[in-house]
Design a binder for this molecule. Structure first.
Ligand code: GDP
Ligand code: IMO
Ligand code: MG
Length: 422
């Protein structure tokens, strides 16, 4: 068997959580491979809404096993809060949530460092989620990180050494803090973590595949936030692209099957950094209001704009996307016309690829299409799609060169339409 991978193609918050939940019944296992509690994946069904940060979005469908892979960074305190809330609402996790020994731990001091580095950057700050993601991945590649497997033996000494190192940096940045409460909660999280299956997830993954089991890998963030290919330095600190599933789970590249690329019918971004199609007018406000575009983790207002096909093509290329999934098309249901960016104009020159130095001077070149002006939120099949909507889909497929397999017309699990195409 091969693993399928589902990835965000824009700047995150495309609706990955919703679609992973919808697709989970087709799979035996769901696995997260990168990121951490900077993610906020929202699922809605049966009148309930859940936001997942570290726990994979396959957790609500029957008794499926969910894996947190080695590429993930885990904050035990936030993990405990998230897992306990799910258990309290009747979802039993203990037997079916497996955590890699090699996943790195986010320490309370990593969070402080995240805040201190951001403060030191002033106007040039990234606008991180403040969850300690960057400093934790920094320790990982500096070979000084602590891993989940470390909590099983001689942990106190390792923790003390890491903390002392971090405190030295905080001191050099003149950053004042009080660690006591955060540390107490964190160690409660460490104890709680021990009650879960702490596994060699690379072996588990490969054994699953050998035994004919199917696995869906759930990406976090989005391709344009990838540390190598995103709008650097305004990115997250992990590889959010398809290759991240290989390094974040120990799955070889030749084991990758379908690659689902997920995008919104428009575009959003939270935090700082270039966003060529950003709208600063009433259309942007309308998208924000109708799409409820506020961060599920930080509550921050998301920046909104038209769909950017230049960036999308780039993401499809680096991810090797085989099927597309379009989300939140219902947000555009009332628009008379819809714009799609097909190139950028810069210094009088038109470019149709995502450049090294994408910046504020980049002016989008738009194609304008007629809107469908029809409420699509209760549609059940593509037979009901308005003509203009079909034209919009065909236009996107032509431009992007990949079929759109699923269309989402609302936040609920049930508001999902699978198209007939293969
Ligand atoms: P993720 O991080 O990619 O999982 O996405 P988020 O959960 O951060 O953000 C997506 C938001 O859009 C959530 O509030 C979802 O409930 C909501 N959502 C998902 N799909 C749709 C859709 O098709 N239409 C509408 N209106 N909302 C959607
Ligand atoms: P999901 O999985 C949207 C953004 C932050 C910031 C940058 C770096 O829900 O799509 P970090 O805390 O990772 O160091 O922040 O990345 N960011 C996200 N934006 N959705 C996310 O996750 C994000 N995770 C990080 O806003 O600009
Ligand atoms: Mg999100």
């Amino acid at each position: 068997m091969k693993v399928d991978v589902l990835l965000g193609l824009q700047w995150g918050d495309e609706g990955k959580g919703k679609v992973v939940d919808v697709l989970t019944p087709k799979y035996d296992v769901v696995a997260r491979f990168q990121g951490g509690p900077n993610a906020g994946h929202t699922l809605e069904f049966e009148g309930q809404k859940y936001v997942l940060r570290s726990i994979p979005s396959g957790i609500f469908q029957g008794d499926k096993v969910n894996i947190i892979g080695n590429g993930v960074v885990l904050d035990p305190a936030l993990f405990k809060a998230e897992a306990e809330a799910l258990e309290a609402s009747g979802h039993n996790l203990k037997q079916r949530l497996h955590i890699s020994k090699k996943a790195h731990l986010i320490l309370p001091t990593h969070r402080l460092l995240d805040a201190a580095y951001e403060a030191a950057k002033g106007d040039a700050k990234v606008g991180t989620t403040g969850k300690g993601i960057g400093p934790t991945y920094t320790d990982k590649v500096s070979r000084t990180g602590l891993r989940v497997g470390d909590i099983l033996h001689d942990f106190e000494a390792k923790y003390a050494a890491a903390k002392a190192r971090h405190e030295q940096i905080l001191k050099s940045l003149n950053y004042s803090y009080d660690l006591a409460e955060a540390e107490k909660v964190w160690f409660e999280g460490i104890d709680y973590l021990k009650s879960f299956a702490i596994v060699d997830s690379e072996h588990e993954m490969n054994n699953l595949l050998k035994n004919g089991k199917s696995v869906l890998c759930e990406g976090a963030q989005g391709t344009m936030l990838d540390v190598d290919f995103g709008s650097y330095p305004f990115v997250t600190s992990s590889n959010t692209i398809c290759a991240g599933a290989c390094t974040g789970l120990g799955v070889a590249p030749n084991k990758i099957g379908e690659v689902y690329g997920i995008f919104k019918a428009y575009c959003t971004r939270v935090g700082a950094g270039p966003f060529p199609t950003e709208l600063f007018d009433e259309i942007g406000d309308k998208i924000c209001t109708l799409g409820h575009e506020f961060g599920s983790v930080t509550g921050r207002k998301r920046r909104c704009g038209w769909i950017d096909l230049v960036a999308l093509k780039y993401a499809i290329m680096v991810d090797g996307v085989t099927k597309l999934i379009m989300m939140k098309s219902d947000v555009l249901d009332t628009f008379e016309t819809i714009k799609a960016c097909v190139a950028y104009r810069h210094n009088g020159e038109e470019i149709d690829y995502f450049p090294f130095d994408v910046n504020e001077g980049m002016e989008p070149v738009y194609v304008e299409l007629p809107g469908w002006q029809t409420d699509m939120t209760s549609m059940q099949s593509e037979d009901e799609f308005p003509e203009e909507f079909n034209a919009y889909l065909s236009f996107l497929e032509d431009q992007l060169g990949v079929p759109i397999k699923i269309v989402s017309v609302g936040p609920d699990r049930a508001q999902t339409i699978e198209r007939y195409i293969d």
